[in-house]
Design a binder for this molecule. Structure first.
Ligand code: F6P
Length: 563
Protein backbone atom coordinates (compact mmCIF):
# COMPACT_ATOMS: atom_id res chain seq x y z
CA UNK A 1 0.00 0.00 0.00
CA UNK A 2 1.19 3.48 -0.79
CA UNK A 3 0.90 4.99 2.68
CA UNK A 4 2.11 8.37 1.58
CA UNK A 5 -0.75 8.90 -0.85
CA UNK A 6 -3.27 7.60 1.71
CA UNK A 7 -1.94 9.94 4.34
CA UNK A 8 -1.93 12.98 2.14
CA UNK A 9 -5.45 12.35 0.92
CA UNK A 10 -6.77 12.12 4.49
CA UNK A 11 -4.84 14.96 5.88
CA UNK A 12 -5.71 17.50 3.21
CA UNK A 13 -3.17 20.27 3.40
CA UNK A 14 -1.43 18.90 6.45
CA UNK A 15 2.17 17.84 5.93
CA UNK A 16 1.69 14.23 6.98
CA UNK A 17 2.67 12.52 3.79
CA UNK A 18 5.85 11.11 2.33
CA UNK A 19 9.11 12.75 3.25
CA UNK A 20 7.37 15.66 4.86
CA UNK A 21 6.04 13.63 7.78
CA UNK A 22 9.55 13.11 9.16
CA UNK A 23 10.11 16.86 9.09
CA UNK A 24 7.82 17.69 11.98
CA UNK A 25 10.74 19.16 13.81
CA UNK A 26 11.60 21.45 10.87
CA UNK A 27 8.19 23.09 10.82
CA UNK A 28 8.22 26.76 11.76
CA UNK A 29 5.49 25.99 14.31
CA UNK A 30 7.70 23.36 15.96
CA UNK A 31 10.72 25.65 15.92
CA UNK A 32 8.64 28.42 17.43
CA UNK A 33 7.66 26.07 20.24
CA UNK A 34 11.29 25.14 20.84
CA UNK A 35 12.28 28.80 21.10
CA UNK A 36 9.30 29.46 23.33
CA UNK A 37 10.23 26.55 25.57
CA UNK A 38 13.73 28.00 26.02
CA UNK A 39 12.19 31.34 26.90
CA UNK A 40 9.69 30.10 29.47
CA UNK A 41 11.23 26.95 30.94
CA UNK A 42 12.50 28.89 33.94
CA UNK A 43 9.11 30.37 34.83
CA UNK A 44 7.44 29.02 37.92
CA UNK A 45 3.80 28.20 38.44
CA UNK A 46 3.95 30.39 41.54
CA UNK A 47 5.09 33.34 39.41
CA UNK A 48 2.59 32.60 36.64
CA UNK A 49 -0.32 32.56 39.09
CA UNK A 50 0.90 35.68 40.92
CA UNK A 51 1.17 37.64 37.69
CA UNK A 52 -2.23 36.65 36.29
CA UNK A 53 -5.23 36.68 38.64
CA UNK A 54 -7.43 35.37 35.83
CA UNK A 55 -5.25 32.33 35.14
CA UNK A 56 -7.66 29.71 36.52
CA UNK A 57 -10.51 31.01 34.39
CA UNK A 58 -8.26 31.35 31.34
CA UNK A 59 -7.05 27.78 31.49
CA UNK A 60 -10.20 25.81 32.20
CA UNK A 61 -12.57 24.13 29.77
CA UNK A 62 -15.86 22.33 30.12
CA UNK A 63 -17.58 19.78 27.98
CA UNK A 64 -19.75 16.65 28.14
CA UNK A 65 -20.31 17.23 31.85
CA UNK A 66 -16.60 17.36 32.70
CA UNK A 67 -14.57 20.25 34.02
CA UNK A 68 -10.95 20.44 32.91
CA UNK A 69 -8.55 22.66 34.86
CA UNK A 70 -5.20 22.88 33.09
CA UNK A 71 -4.06 26.08 34.74
CA UNK A 72 -1.40 24.29 36.82
CA UNK A 73 0.63 23.55 33.72
CA UNK A 74 3.86 25.28 32.80
CA UNK A 75 2.24 27.28 30.04
CA UNK A 76 1.42 30.85 29.11
CA UNK A 77 -1.27 32.05 26.70
CA UNK A 78 1.50 32.10 24.08
CA UNK A 79 2.27 28.41 24.71
CA UNK A 80 -1.31 27.47 23.98
CA UNK A 81 -1.41 29.68 20.89
CA UNK A 82 1.72 27.99 19.52
CA UNK A 83 0.49 24.48 20.36
CA UNK A 84 -2.85 25.19 18.68
CA UNK A 85 -0.93 26.47 15.64
CA UNK A 86 0.94 23.20 15.54
CA UNK A 87 -2.34 21.24 15.74
CA UNK A 88 -3.73 23.29 12.88
CA UNK A 89 -0.74 22.80 10.60
CA UNK A 90 -0.64 19.08 11.37
CA UNK A 91 -4.29 18.82 10.34
CA UNK A 92 -5.81 17.59 13.63
CA UNK A 93 -9.26 18.91 12.75
CA UNK A 94 -9.14 17.61 9.19
CA UNK A 95 -8.05 14.18 10.27
CA UNK A 96 -10.65 14.17 13.05
CA UNK A 97 -13.34 14.88 10.45
CA UNK A 98 -11.91 12.11 8.25
CA UNK A 99 -12.17 9.70 11.20
CA UNK A 100 -15.79 10.64 11.86
CA UNK A 101 -16.60 10.24 8.14
CA UNK A 102 -15.27 6.68 8.22
CA UNK A 103 -12.21 7.23 6.03
CA UNK A 104 -9.43 4.67 6.29
CA UNK A 105 -7.30 6.63 8.71
CA UNK A 106 -5.77 3.42 10.11
CA UNK A 107 -3.38 3.50 7.18
CA UNK A 108 -1.18 0.51 7.92
CA UNK A 109 -4.15 -1.85 8.32
CA UNK A 110 -6.10 -0.14 5.54
CA UNK A 111 -9.17 0.38 7.76
CA UNK A 112 -11.29 3.13 9.22
CA UNK A 113 -10.98 3.73 12.97
CA UNK A 114 -14.65 4.01 13.70
CA UNK A 115 -15.16 3.51 17.42
CA UNK A 116 -17.14 6.76 17.19
CA UNK A 117 -19.77 4.86 15.15
CA UNK A 118 -20.35 2.62 18.19
CA UNK A 119 -22.01 5.49 19.99
CA UNK A 120 -23.58 7.31 17.05
CA UNK A 121 -27.30 7.91 17.41
CA UNK A 122 -29.72 5.58 15.67
CA UNK A 123 -30.52 7.05 12.27
CA UNK A 124 -27.15 8.79 11.90
CA UNK A 125 -25.28 7.45 8.87
CA UNK A 126 -21.59 6.62 8.51
CA UNK A 127 -20.66 4.57 5.46
CA UNK A 128 -17.84 2.12 5.01
CA UNK A 129 -17.52 0.72 1.48
CA UNK A 130 -20.88 2.22 0.63
CA UNK A 131 -22.73 0.56 3.55
CA UNK A 132 -24.08 2.31 6.60
CA UNK A 133 -22.41 0.91 9.72
CA UNK A 134 -24.51 2.70 12.34
CA UNK A 135 -27.57 0.57 11.57
CA UNK A 136 -25.46 -2.59 12.08
CA UNK A 137 -24.17 -1.16 15.37
CA UNK A 138 -27.74 -0.67 16.60
CA UNK A 139 -28.82 -4.13 15.47
CA UNK A 140 -26.08 -5.66 17.62
CA UNK A 141 -26.85 -3.33 20.53
CA UNK A 142 -30.49 -4.44 20.40
CA UNK A 143 -29.49 -8.13 20.37
CA UNK A 144 -27.13 -7.49 23.28
CA UNK A 145 -29.88 -5.69 25.20
CA UNK A 146 -32.36 -8.54 24.62
CA UNK A 147 -29.79 -11.09 25.80
CA UNK A 148 -28.68 -8.99 28.79
CA UNK A 149 -32.31 -8.53 29.82
CA UNK A 150 -32.90 -12.30 29.67
CA UNK A 151 -29.86 -13.04 31.82
CA UNK A 152 -30.74 -10.29 34.30
CA UNK A 153 -34.39 -11.33 34.56
CA UNK A 154 -33.58 -15.03 34.84
CA UNK A 155 -35.42 -16.04 31.66
CA UNK A 156 -32.06 -17.15 30.23
CA UNK A 157 -31.15 -20.07 32.46
CA UNK A 158 -28.28 -22.49 32.65
CA UNK A 159 -28.55 -26.03 31.27
CA UNK A 160 -30.22 -27.40 34.41
CA UNK A 161 -32.70 -24.53 34.59
CA UNK A 162 -30.86 -22.62 37.29
CA UNK A 163 -30.58 -18.88 37.09
CA UNK A 164 -27.20 -17.40 36.03
CA UNK A 165 -25.45 -15.89 39.04
CA UNK A 166 -21.96 -15.30 37.65
CA UNK A 167 -20.78 -14.09 34.28
CA UNK A 168 -17.12 -14.71 33.42
CA UNK A 169 -15.58 -12.68 30.63
CA UNK A 170 -12.64 -14.53 29.09
CA UNK A 171 -10.53 -12.15 27.01
CA UNK A 172 -7.31 -10.16 27.18
CA UNK A 173 -6.03 -6.70 26.27
CA UNK A 174 -8.78 -4.68 24.65
CA UNK A 175 -11.16 -7.60 25.14
CA UNK A 176 -10.74 -7.33 28.90
CA UNK A 177 -9.39 -4.04 30.22
CA UNK A 178 -12.40 -1.93 29.23
CA UNK A 179 -15.05 -4.32 30.60
CA UNK A 180 -13.16 -4.87 33.85
CA UNK A 181 -12.49 -1.16 34.34
CA UNK A 182 -16.12 -0.28 33.59
CA UNK A 183 -17.52 -3.03 35.83
CA UNK A 184 -15.48 -1.79 38.79
CA UNK A 185 -16.28 1.83 38.00
CA UNK A 186 -20.02 1.20 37.79
CA UNK A 187 -20.49 -1.37 40.56
CA UNK A 188 -23.04 0.88 42.25
CA UNK A 189 -25.22 0.55 39.13
CA UNK A 190 -24.81 -3.23 38.90
CA UNK A 191 -27.30 -5.94 39.84
CA UNK A 192 -26.02 -7.15 43.24
CA UNK A 193 -27.34 -10.67 42.61
CA UNK A 194 -25.20 -11.13 39.53
CA UNK A 195 -21.44 -10.93 39.71
CA UNK A 196 -18.99 -10.53 36.85
CA UNK A 197 -15.51 -12.00 36.95
CA UNK A 198 -12.67 -11.80 34.46
CA UNK A 199 -10.11 -14.26 33.19
CA UNK A 200 -7.43 -12.58 31.13
CA UNK A 201 -4.08 -13.95 32.22
CA UNK A 202 -3.24 -17.48 31.10
CA UNK A 203 -1.72 -18.16 34.53
CA UNK A 204 -3.79 -21.10 35.77
CA UNK A 205 -4.11 -19.35 39.13
CA UNK A 206 -6.33 -16.77 37.48
CA UNK A 207 -8.66 -19.43 36.13
CA UNK A 208 -8.70 -21.22 39.47
CA UNK A 209 -9.44 -18.05 41.43
CA UNK A 210 -12.15 -16.87 39.01
CA UNK A 211 -14.02 -20.17 39.13
CA UNK A 212 -13.41 -20.83 42.81
CA UNK A 213 -16.61 -21.65 44.64
CA UNK A 214 -18.80 -21.32 41.55
CA UNK A 215 -21.55 -23.67 40.49
CA UNK A 216 -21.06 -24.40 36.75
CA UNK A 217 -24.85 -24.62 36.42
CA UNK A 218 -25.11 -20.94 37.40
CA UNK A 219 -22.13 -19.66 35.39
CA UNK A 220 -22.14 -18.04 31.97
CA UNK A 221 -18.92 -17.58 29.99
CA UNK A 222 -18.45 -14.78 27.48
CA UNK A 223 -15.52 -15.65 25.22
CA UNK A 224 -14.46 -12.23 24.08
CA UNK A 225 -11.84 -12.00 21.36
CA UNK A 226 -11.76 -9.88 18.24
CA UNK A 227 -9.70 -12.48 16.38
CA UNK A 228 -10.75 -15.60 18.33
CA UNK A 229 -7.19 -16.81 17.85
CA UNK A 230 -5.40 -15.15 20.78
CA UNK A 231 -3.54 -18.03 22.43
CA UNK A 232 -4.10 -17.03 26.06
CA UNK A 233 -7.82 -16.49 25.54
CA UNK A 234 -8.33 -19.71 23.62
CA UNK A 235 -6.47 -21.79 26.24
CA UNK A 236 -8.65 -20.23 28.97
CA UNK A 237 -11.77 -20.77 26.85
CA UNK A 238 -11.00 -24.47 26.32
CA UNK A 239 -10.33 -24.94 30.05
CA UNK A 240 -13.66 -23.24 30.79
CA UNK A 241 -15.44 -25.57 28.39
CA UNK A 242 -13.86 -28.61 30.10
CA UNK A 243 -14.86 -27.21 33.51
CA UNK A 244 -18.43 -26.78 32.34
CA UNK A 245 -18.70 -30.03 30.36
CA UNK A 246 -17.05 -31.98 33.19
CA UNK A 247 -19.86 -30.92 35.52
CA UNK A 248 -22.86 -30.70 33.20
CA UNK A 249 -22.06 -32.66 30.01
CA UNK A 250 -21.35 -31.46 26.49
CA UNK A 251 -24.94 -30.43 25.75
CA UNK A 252 -24.54 -27.69 28.34
CA UNK A 253 -22.19 -25.60 26.19
CA UNK A 254 -25.05 -23.90 24.34
CA UNK A 255 -26.53 -22.56 27.58
CA UNK A 256 -23.27 -21.51 29.19
CA UNK A 257 -21.13 -20.03 26.40
CA UNK A 258 -21.58 -17.00 24.20
CA UNK A 259 -18.99 -15.30 22.03
CA UNK A 260 -18.04 -11.76 21.15
CA UNK A 261 -15.88 -11.63 18.04
CA UNK A 262 -15.34 -10.54 14.46
CA UNK A 263 -14.47 -14.12 13.49
CA UNK A 264 -17.61 -16.22 12.97
CA UNK A 265 -15.73 -19.19 11.51
CA UNK A 266 -13.49 -19.62 14.57
CA UNK A 267 -16.44 -19.13 16.94
CA UNK A 268 -18.31 -21.93 15.16
CA UNK A 269 -15.21 -24.14 15.21
CA UNK A 270 -14.98 -23.64 18.98
CA UNK A 271 -18.54 -24.95 19.22
CA UNK A 272 -20.51 -21.82 20.04
CA UNK A 273 -23.82 -21.48 18.23
CA UNK A 274 -23.70 -18.49 15.78
CA UNK A 275 -27.00 -17.39 17.34
CA UNK A 276 -25.07 -16.89 20.57
CA UNK A 277 -22.40 -14.76 18.95
CA UNK A 278 -22.32 -10.96 19.14
CA UNK A 279 -20.30 -9.42 16.35
CA UNK A 280 -18.21 -6.35 16.07
CA UNK A 281 -16.11 -5.19 13.18
CA UNK A 282 -12.51 -4.89 12.07
CA UNK A 283 -12.83 -1.10 12.14
CA UNK A 284 -13.08 -1.21 15.94
CA UNK A 285 -9.66 -1.44 17.57
CA UNK A 286 -9.55 -3.69 20.65
CA UNK A 287 -8.56 -0.83 22.96
CA UNK A 288 -11.43 1.28 21.59
CA UNK A 289 -14.05 -1.47 21.82
CA UNK A 290 -15.81 -1.04 25.17
CA UNK A 291 -18.86 0.49 23.45
CA UNK A 292 -19.20 -2.53 21.15
CA UNK A 293 -20.29 -6.09 21.99
CA UNK A 294 -17.02 -6.30 23.96
CA UNK A 295 -19.01 -4.42 26.61
CA UNK A 296 -21.56 -7.27 26.88
CA UNK A 297 -20.48 -8.21 30.42
CA UNK A 298 -20.83 -4.54 31.42
CA UNK A 299 -24.30 -4.42 29.90
CA UNK A 300 -25.37 -7.58 31.73
CA UNK A 301 -24.09 -6.09 34.99
CA UNK A 302 -25.57 -2.59 34.74
CA UNK A 303 -28.47 -3.17 32.34
CA UNK A 304 -29.03 -1.95 28.81
CA UNK A 305 -30.38 1.46 29.84
CA UNK A 306 -27.29 2.32 31.82
CA UNK A 307 -25.16 1.00 28.98
CA UNK A 308 -26.98 3.39 26.62
CA UNK A 309 -26.22 6.19 29.07
CA UNK A 310 -22.54 5.28 28.90
CA UNK A 311 -22.70 5.46 25.09
CA UNK A 312 -24.43 8.84 25.41
CA UNK A 313 -21.49 10.05 27.52
CA UNK A 314 -19.04 8.90 24.86
CA UNK A 315 -21.19 10.65 22.25
CA UNK A 316 -21.32 13.90 24.22
CA UNK A 317 -17.52 14.02 24.25
CA UNK A 318 -17.39 13.07 20.54
CA UNK A 319 -19.65 16.04 19.83
CA UNK A 320 -17.55 18.32 21.98
CA UNK A 321 -14.41 17.15 20.13
CA UNK A 322 -16.06 17.87 16.77
CA UNK A 323 -17.74 21.14 17.66
CA UNK A 324 -15.82 23.01 20.33
CA UNK A 325 -13.34 25.55 18.99
CA UNK A 326 -9.75 24.35 19.43
CA UNK A 327 -9.11 26.93 22.19
CA UNK A 328 -11.72 25.27 24.40
CA UNK A 329 -11.61 21.75 23.00
CA UNK A 330 -10.73 19.53 25.96
CA UNK A 331 -9.29 16.51 24.11
CA UNK A 332 -7.24 18.76 21.83
CA UNK A 333 -5.89 20.80 24.72
CA UNK A 334 -5.09 17.69 26.71
CA UNK A 335 -3.37 16.01 23.75
CA UNK A 336 -1.33 19.12 23.01
CA UNK A 337 -0.21 19.41 26.64
CA UNK A 338 1.05 15.84 26.40
CA UNK A 339 3.04 16.82 23.31
CA UNK A 340 4.35 19.90 25.18
CA UNK A 341 5.82 17.88 28.05
CA UNK A 342 6.81 14.88 25.97
CA UNK A 343 8.67 16.73 23.24
CA UNK A 344 9.81 20.00 24.77
CA UNK A 345 10.27 19.27 28.48
CA UNK A 346 11.27 15.73 27.48
CA UNK A 347 9.17 14.17 30.23
CA UNK A 348 9.27 10.40 29.79
CA UNK A 349 6.11 9.50 31.64
CA UNK A 350 2.67 10.73 32.60
CA UNK A 351 0.74 9.61 35.68
CA UNK A 352 -2.98 8.88 35.88
CA UNK A 353 -4.25 9.38 39.42
CA UNK A 354 -7.96 8.82 39.94
CA UNK A 355 -9.28 10.02 43.30
CA UNK A 356 -11.93 7.35 43.08
CA UNK A 357 -11.38 3.77 44.15
CA UNK A 358 -14.00 2.73 41.61
CA UNK A 359 -11.60 3.92 38.91
CA UNK A 360 -8.78 1.73 40.23
CA UNK A 361 -8.40 0.04 36.86
CA UNK A 362 -8.49 3.26 34.84
CA UNK A 363 -4.68 3.60 34.82
CA UNK A 364 -4.30 0.08 33.40
CA UNK A 365 -6.98 0.80 30.80
CA UNK A 366 -5.30 4.04 29.77
CA UNK A 367 -1.90 2.37 29.67
CA UNK A 368 -3.16 0.20 26.83
CA UNK A 369 -5.16 2.97 25.19
CA UNK A 370 -2.26 5.37 25.06
CA UNK A 371 0.82 3.18 24.79
CA UNK A 372 -0.56 0.67 22.27
CA UNK A 373 -1.82 3.62 20.23
CA UNK A 374 1.12 5.98 20.34
CA UNK A 375 4.10 3.77 21.13
CA UNK A 376 5.26 4.02 17.50
CA UNK A 377 8.66 4.54 15.89
CA UNK A 378 7.79 5.32 12.29
CA UNK A 379 5.64 7.97 10.66
CA UNK A 380 2.66 7.29 8.41
CA UNK A 381 5.15 7.36 5.56
CA UNK A 382 7.03 4.45 7.16
CA UNK A 383 10.05 6.56 8.05
CA UNK A 384 11.74 6.55 11.47
CA UNK A 385 10.54 9.39 13.64
CA UNK A 386 13.17 11.90 14.66
CA UNK A 387 11.36 12.90 17.84
CA UNK A 388 9.76 11.25 20.84
CA UNK A 389 6.29 9.71 20.43
CA UNK A 390 3.94 8.45 23.18
CA UNK A 391 4.99 8.78 26.82
CA UNK A 392 4.95 5.96 29.34
CA UNK A 393 1.58 5.99 31.09
CA UNK A 394 1.22 4.68 34.60
CA UNK A 395 -0.70 5.30 37.77
CA UNK A 396 -2.70 4.17 40.76
CA UNK A 397 -5.63 5.60 42.66
CA UNK A 398 -4.64 8.85 44.35
CA UNK A 399 -4.45 8.82 48.17
CA UNK A 400 -3.06 5.24 48.07
CA UNK A 401 -0.33 6.49 45.76
CA UNK A 402 0.28 9.55 47.94
CA UNK A 403 1.61 7.18 50.55
CA UNK A 404 3.91 5.42 48.14
CA UNK A 405 5.32 7.08 45.03
CA UNK A 406 4.25 10.74 45.33
CA UNK A 407 7.51 11.36 47.18
CA UNK A 408 9.24 11.16 43.81
CA UNK A 409 6.77 13.62 42.31
CA UNK A 410 7.42 16.20 45.00
CA UNK A 411 11.14 15.88 45.55
CA UNK A 412 12.55 13.52 42.92
CA UNK A 413 14.58 14.61 39.93
CA UNK A 414 12.09 13.54 37.27
CA UNK A 415 9.29 15.60 35.83
CA UNK A 416 6.05 13.61 35.85
CA UNK A 417 2.99 15.47 34.54
CA UNK A 418 -0.03 14.20 36.45
CA UNK A 419 -3.74 13.84 35.66
CA UNK A 420 -5.80 14.00 38.86
CA UNK A 421 -9.36 12.82 38.34
CA UNK A 422 -12.18 13.19 40.85
CA UNK A 423 -15.94 13.43 41.32
CA UNK A 424 -17.87 15.82 43.52
CA UNK A 425 -20.48 13.34 44.75
CA UNK A 426 -20.05 9.77 45.85
CA UNK A 427 -22.44 6.84 46.00
CA UNK A 428 -20.72 5.49 49.12
CA UNK A 429 -22.97 7.63 51.36
CA UNK A 430 -20.03 8.43 53.62
CA UNK A 431 -19.62 12.17 52.99
CA UNK A 432 -16.83 12.57 55.53
CA UNK A 433 -14.77 10.08 53.54
CA UNK A 434 -15.56 11.70 50.24
CA UNK A 435 -14.66 15.18 51.42
CA UNK A 436 -11.32 13.91 52.69
CA UNK A 437 -10.69 12.13 49.40
CA UNK A 438 -11.28 15.29 47.40
CA UNK A 439 -9.41 17.46 49.89
CA UNK A 440 -6.41 15.30 49.10
CA UNK A 441 -6.85 15.78 45.36
CA UNK A 442 -6.94 19.57 45.72
CA UNK A 443 -4.06 19.59 48.21
CA UNK A 444 -1.86 17.45 45.99
CA UNK A 445 -2.46 19.55 42.87
CA UNK A 446 -1.60 22.60 44.97
CA UNK A 447 1.49 21.02 46.52
CA UNK A 448 2.75 19.82 43.15
CA UNK A 449 2.38 23.29 41.67
CA UNK A 450 3.58 25.49 44.49
CA UNK A 451 5.63 23.23 46.77
CA UNK A 452 7.05 24.56 49.99
CA UNK A 453 9.88 27.10 50.07
CA UNK A 454 12.82 27.38 52.45
CA UNK A 455 11.52 30.77 53.58
CA UNK A 456 8.15 29.32 54.58
CA UNK A 457 9.82 26.49 56.43
CA UNK A 458 12.05 28.95 58.29
CA UNK A 459 9.04 31.06 59.24
CA UNK A 460 7.40 27.94 60.60
CA UNK A 461 10.39 27.38 62.84
CA UNK A 462 11.82 24.34 61.09
CA UNK A 463 15.41 23.80 62.28
CA UNK A 464 17.80 25.12 59.60
CA UNK A 465 19.55 21.77 59.35
CA UNK A 466 16.31 20.15 58.17
CA UNK A 467 15.28 22.81 55.71
CA UNK A 468 17.08 21.48 52.59
CA UNK A 469 15.43 18.10 53.06
CA UNK A 470 11.97 19.52 53.53
CA UNK A 471 11.92 21.99 50.67
CA UNK A 472 9.55 21.01 47.84
CA UNK A 473 10.36 23.02 44.74
CA UNK A 474 6.87 22.79 43.25
CA UNK A 475 6.50 23.63 39.56
CA UNK A 476 5.23 20.09 38.95
CA UNK A 477 2.48 20.27 36.32
CA UNK A 478 -0.93 18.68 36.62
CA UNK A 479 -4.34 18.55 34.98
CA UNK A 480 -7.41 18.21 37.16
CA UNK A 481 -10.49 16.57 35.65
CA UNK A 482 -13.66 16.87 37.70
CA UNK A 483 -17.05 15.29 37.16
CA UNK A 484 -20.19 15.76 39.22
CA UNK A 485 -20.65 12.06 39.94
CA UNK A 486 -19.21 8.83 38.53
CA UNK A 487 -22.04 7.52 36.36
CA UNK A 488 -22.21 5.51 33.14
CA UNK A 489 -22.51 8.83 31.30
CA UNK A 490 -19.53 10.55 32.93
CA UNK A 491 -17.43 7.41 32.54
CA UNK A 492 -18.19 7.35 28.79
CA UNK A 493 -17.25 11.03 28.50
CA UNK A 494 -14.02 10.49 30.42
CA UNK A 495 -12.93 7.59 28.23
CA UNK A 496 -13.74 9.49 25.03
CA UNK A 497 -11.77 12.46 26.38
CA UNK A 498 -8.68 10.27 26.58
CA UNK A 499 -9.38 8.56 23.24
CA UNK A 500 -9.46 11.88 21.43
CA UNK A 501 -6.47 13.23 23.33
CA UNK A 502 -4.52 10.18 22.14
CA UNK A 503 -5.80 10.84 18.63
CA UNK A 504 -4.65 14.48 18.76
CA UNK A 505 -1.17 13.43 19.88
CA UNK A 506 -0.94 10.81 17.13
CA UNK A 507 -1.88 13.30 14.42
CA UNK A 508 0.72 15.79 15.64
CA UNK A 509 3.36 13.05 15.59
CA UNK A 510 2.18 11.82 12.19
CA UNK A 511 1.89 8.19 13.32
CA UNK A 512 -0.79 5.51 13.01
CA UNK A 513 -2.47 5.42 16.43
CA UNK A 514 -4.68 2.50 15.43
CA UNK A 515 -2.31 -0.33 14.60
CA UNK A 516 -0.26 -2.45 17.04
CA UNK A 517 2.27 -4.40 15.02
CA UNK A 518 4.73 -4.33 17.90
CA UNK A 519 2.76 -6.85 19.92
CA UNK A 520 2.76 -9.38 17.08
CA UNK A 521 6.40 -10.47 17.44
CA UNK A 522 5.93 -11.73 20.99
CA UNK A 523 2.83 -13.67 19.91
CA UNK A 524 4.71 -15.39 17.05
CA UNK A 525 7.69 -16.33 19.24
CA UNK A 526 5.38 -17.59 22.00
CA UNK A 527 3.69 -19.94 19.51
CA UNK A 528 7.06 -21.31 18.43
CA UNK A 529 8.31 -21.84 21.98
CA UNK A 530 4.97 -23.42 22.98
CA UNK A 531 5.71 -26.30 20.62
CA UNK A 532 9.25 -26.64 21.93
CA UNK A 533 8.22 -26.71 25.60
CA UNK A 534 5.80 -29.58 25.09
CA UNK A 535 8.21 -32.05 23.61
CA UNK A 536 11.61 -32.72 25.16
CA UNK A 537 12.86 -34.17 21.87
CA UNK A 538 12.13 -31.03 19.90
CA UNK A 539 15.27 -29.27 18.84
CA UNK A 540 15.37 -25.82 20.32
CA UNK A 541 17.38 -23.25 18.49
CA UNK A 542 17.40 -19.76 19.90
CA UNK A 543 20.03 -17.43 21.24
CA UNK A 544 22.04 -18.92 24.11
CA UNK A 545 20.05 -17.12 26.80
CA UNK A 546 16.60 -18.21 25.57
CA UNK A 547 18.00 -21.70 24.97
CA UNK A 548 19.29 -21.93 28.56
CA UNK A 549 16.02 -20.62 30.00
CA UNK A 550 13.98 -23.20 28.09
CA UNK A 551 16.37 -25.96 29.17
CA UNK A 552 16.10 -24.89 32.81
CA UNK A 553 12.32 -24.74 32.55
CA UNK A 554 12.18 -28.23 31.08
CA UNK A 555 14.35 -29.47 33.93
CA UNK A 556 12.23 -27.95 36.69
CA UNK A 557 8.77 -28.31 35.20
CA UNK A 558 8.50 -32.02 36.00
CA UNK A 559 8.11 -32.89 39.70
CA UNK A 560 11.06 -35.28 39.66
CA UNK A 561 13.34 -32.73 38.11
CA UNK A 562 13.54 -34.80 34.96
CA UNK A 563 13.66 -33.16 31.57
O1 F6P B 1 -2.29 -7.39 23.06
C1 F6P B 1 -2.38 -7.29 21.68
C2 F6P B 1 -3.77 -7.36 21.21
O2 F6P B 1 -3.71 -7.52 19.83
C3 F6P B 1 -4.61 -6.15 21.59
O3 F6P B 1 -4.50 -5.14 20.68
C4 F6P B 1 -5.96 -6.76 21.68
O4 F6P B 1 -6.82 -5.93 22.39
C5 F6P B 1 -5.65 -8.04 22.38
O5 F6P B 1 -4.44 -8.47 21.79
C6 F6P B 1 -6.69 -9.11 22.32
O6 F6P B 1 -6.94 -9.55 21.02
P1 F6P B 1 -8.26 -10.37 20.69
O7 F6P B 1 -9.41 -9.55 21.07
O8 F6P B 1 -8.18 -10.62 19.22
O9 F6P B 1 -8.20 -11.66 21.47
Amino acid sequence: MDHSSEASSHAGQSPLSGDESSKLTDLPQWRALEAHYQAIKGLTLRGLFDSDPGRAARFTARGAGLFFDYSKNRITPETMRLLLDLARVRGVEKRRDAMFRGERINDTEGRPALHVALRAKKGHKIEVDGRDVVSSVHEVLERMAAFADRVRSGTWTGFTGKRIRTVINIGIGGSYLGPEMAYQALRSFADPLLSVRFIANVDGEEFRAATDGLDPAETLFIICSKTFTTQETMVNARTARQWCVGALGSDAVASHFVAVSTNGAEVARFGIDPDHMFVFWDWVGGRYSLGSAVGLSTMIAIGSEHFSEMLAGFRAMDEHFCQAPPESNMPMLMGLLTVWYNNFFRAETQAILPYSKALARLPAYLEQLQMESNGKHVTLAGRPVTYQTGPIIWGEPGVDAQHSFYQLFHQGTKLVPCDLIGFCRSDAKLPVHHDLLMVNLFAQAEALAFGQSAATLAEEGVPPVQIPFRVCDGNRPSNVILGERLTPCSLGALIALYEHSVFTQGVVWGIDSFDQWGVELGKVLARRISAEIQDADTVVSHDSSTQALIAQYRLWRSPKGEA
